[in-house]
Design a protein around this ligand. Structure first.
Ligand code: PRX
Length: 645
């Protein structure tokens, strides 16, 4: 059985693609019929990329949780919505049926209301991967509060910046989170983030690790107490009924912060209806999900992949989503395969960095694991190298599972370019064809469309999109101009992705990586400017420049060139201090892999750092560094090359 809006043949793909371009309003109105609307839209799409202003399904009224939960209750009430695998495999699994999910989401929505949360308020969620995180996210959506999930690896300082930017008034957190053999003290990190904060009114704390926490009277409350009380309020005839707030199609659903080429993360805002339609449509089509399939997306809900394909995509399709609290290498490197075996997973969606890391353990961890239920494999987050692709294909998919290489971004809400499993052709390390509604364009630096193929017959350029799809970013929170400047100003009338790409004669796209100063570390975006700011905060650092370099597991590693003011001190210790500073300011994920102390940086006469040279040196190049004659002090290049790590 398939969904009415599922593309099931290559012919249908081409046909739907053509219709989505020729008659977008009719096409998307048909797709949107597959959802539950309190009131239908008045216009399907109004837009311009100048302001930008993008409105999908304007005038429509709905609540996304009614689409993700309530409408499935009658038929799927007893079916698992979420299967939760704890960090410790010895601990009990939790299976959350749609009925149970409904009950808990309603109950938590009541908790939010009891604590003063209203429609439009920003609720920051900083939790580990526990089912309660899903209840918190969906509880916000139920009452129209805007959730902003922050990944558990970010530091107190990063949280404080985000809380301030979002003007958040509420936090939902845990005492701690289990990740592998670590126990991360989330509440204590929140306490640090709240020093000096004036906006937060309430912090709701779920007990997970039993780590001792400080609870501030009047501000901090326990999840368990609040839920118990809410149960007495909303239960009628043994059913919890917290009515879903009727929302406008274009009301914001969430804010998710992401790095860019400037020093400060941006709060990407997605709105309700378009995001819902897009995550659902891309979920069922990319993975060719069929009712009853068990879908396992390994991403953390702190990232967009977790939002779209652990929660909203699968749940809006009435699917079963596996949510994993731990990490792929603990207690051993067979953990993903144990989970696939244990829950008879049909579709596995993970990142190339995870595949490369698991590959490095050889085939031993696969022994005795039954992977025969797998039908489809997926990857996301960075270009997948051919070696990893073939390993995934051979040892995990046993050469019988299509691999979908899904290219998309936090700003795109869901997949934009990908093959559809078994329906459109796969091409190793190519993301392949665009989704219906997605109109890619490759341009040169001047914004002129690239039409001349290179020596391999490929078009090569900066990847832009010509028109909005339903899941596109609407604004950056509190600063619409920033959204315009970041995505819609490089090339007039185009959305600029920040990525470079190739296109072959068949229309397939291959993403070659970022063309701006953004790094992709283990599939996570980190702006070089952000890391530099953090390094420069360390006492003694005069200046720094950060570039990426090829890293076997992470895809890219962080290479930092640092000018330090008293190099007579212990270099190793200083390095450790700088690591510590970056971890404090941003979080462990931005910690440089290499720090090289340098006497100066290659700068032009106008003071601009020539990153091209630094990148080449970090990549191990010593000879062909290009023209260095325009540098203020060309001699510095030889000094840097000499000290290369
Ligand atoms: O450079 C592209 C890379 O990841 C960036 C988006 O990062 P983020 O917003 O954190 O979202 C990651 C998960 C959607 C893109 O600009 N990227 C993502 N997927 C792929 C990719 N690069 C190549 N191939 C992909 N499949």
């Amino acid at each position: 059985m398939s969904y009415p809006h599922q593309i099931t043949s290559l012919e249908q793909y081409h046909n739907d693609y053509r219709r989505s371009v020729e008659e977008p309003a009719i096409f998307w109105a048909e797709i949107a019929e597959n959802f539950y609307w309190r009131k239908k839209w008045e216009s399907v799409l109004e837009w311009n990329f100048i302001e930008p202003r993008i409105e999908w399904f304007k005038g429509g009224k709905l609540n996304i949780t009614e689409n993700c939960i309530d409408r499935h209750l009658e038929k799927l009430g007893d079916k698992p919505a979420i299967i939760w695998e704890p960090n410790n495999p010895e601990e009990r699994t939790r299976v959350v049926t749609y009925s149970r999910l409904h009950k808990r989401v309603c109950q938590f929505a009541q908790v939010l209301v009891n604590n003063g949360v209203k429609k439009g308020d920003r609720v920051c969620i900083y939790m580990g991967m526990v089912p309660e995180l899903a209840y918190a996210v969906l509880g916000c959506a139920r009452i129209g509060a805007i959730h902003s999930v922050i990944f558990g690896g970010f530091s107190a300082q990063s949280i404080a910046d985000r809380l301030y930017d979002a003007q958040a008034e509420y936090i939902v957190t845990c005492d701690g989170a289990f990740r592998g053999n670590k126990d991360i003290p989330l509440k204590s990190i929140i306490d640090d983030a709240l020093i000096g904060n004036r906006t937060i009114k309430k912090v709701i704390v779920y007990t997970r690790t039993r780590t001792p926490v400080s609870m501030l009277k009047g501000r901090d409350v326990w999840w368990e107490d609040e839920m118990e009380y809410a149960e007495t309020q909303v239960e009628k005839d043994n059913i919890i009924t917290m009515p879903a707030t009727e929302m406008d199609a274009e009301d914001p659903l969430f804010i998710l912060y992401t790095s860019g080429s400037t020093g400060k993360p941006k709060g990407v805002v997605h709105s309700i209806a378009g995001y819902m339609v897009w995550t659902n449509y891309t979920f069922i089509n990319t993975f060719q999900y069929k009712p009853g399939d068990v879908f396992f997306c390994t991403a953390d809900i702190g990232w967009i992949t977790g939002h779209s394909y652990v929660l909203y995509g699968p749940l809006s399709a009435g699917g079963t989503s596996v949510m994993f609290e731990g990490i792929p290498t603990w207690p051993d490197a067979g953990r993903f395969w144990d989970i696939v075996d244990k829950y008879k997973v049909n579709i596995l969606y993970t990142a190339p960095t995870a595949i490369r890391s698991l590959m490095s353990f050889g085939l031993e961890p696969l022994k005795g694991k039954d992977l025969s239920t797998l039908k489809v494999l997926g990857t996301v987050g960075e270009p997948i190298n051919e070696e990893a692709w073939h390993w995934y294909d051979e040892h995990i998919g046993k050469k019988k599972c299509p691999i979908v290489d899904t290219w998309w971004q936090t700003e795109t809400g869901g997949v934009l370019i990908s093959n559809m499993a078994g329906v459109t052709p796969a091409k190793p390390s190519w993301a392949s064809l665009p989704f219906p509604g997605v109109l890619p364009l490759l341009v040169d630096e001047n914004g002129i469309e690239v039409t001349e193929p290179d020596e391999h017959g490929y078009l090569q350029g900066n990847l832009c999109i010509k028109a909005p799809w339903p899941g596109i970013i609407r604004t950056t929170y509190g600063d619409h101009e920033r959204c315009r400047a970041n995505y819609f100003s490089a090339y007039p009338n185009l959305y600029f992705t920040g990525d470079g790409a190739l296109k072959d004669k068949e229309g397939n796209y291959r993403i070659t990586g970022r063309v701006d100063d953004v790094l992709n570390i283990s599939g996570h975006r980190i702006g070089t400017a952000e890391v530099e700011n953090a390094i420069n905060m360390h006492a003694g650092v005069i200046e720094s420049a950060v570039v990426g370099y090829p890293h076997d597991i992470k895809g890219q590693g962080i290479y930092a060139y640092v000018i330090y003011n008293h190099m007579h001190v212990d270099e190793e210790l200083t390095r450790k201090d700088i690591f510590q500073t970056v971890s404090r300011v941003i979080g462990g994920i931005a910690r440089p892999d290499k720090i090289q102390f340098v006497p100066g940086l290659p700068k032009t006469r106008s003071g601009k750092i020539m990153r091209r040279i630094l990148r080449k040196i970090a990549e191990g190049e010593t000879e062909n560094l290009g023209d260095i004659s325009t540098l203020l002090d060309p001699g510095v290049v030889a000094e840097i090359t000499k000290g290369k790590l």
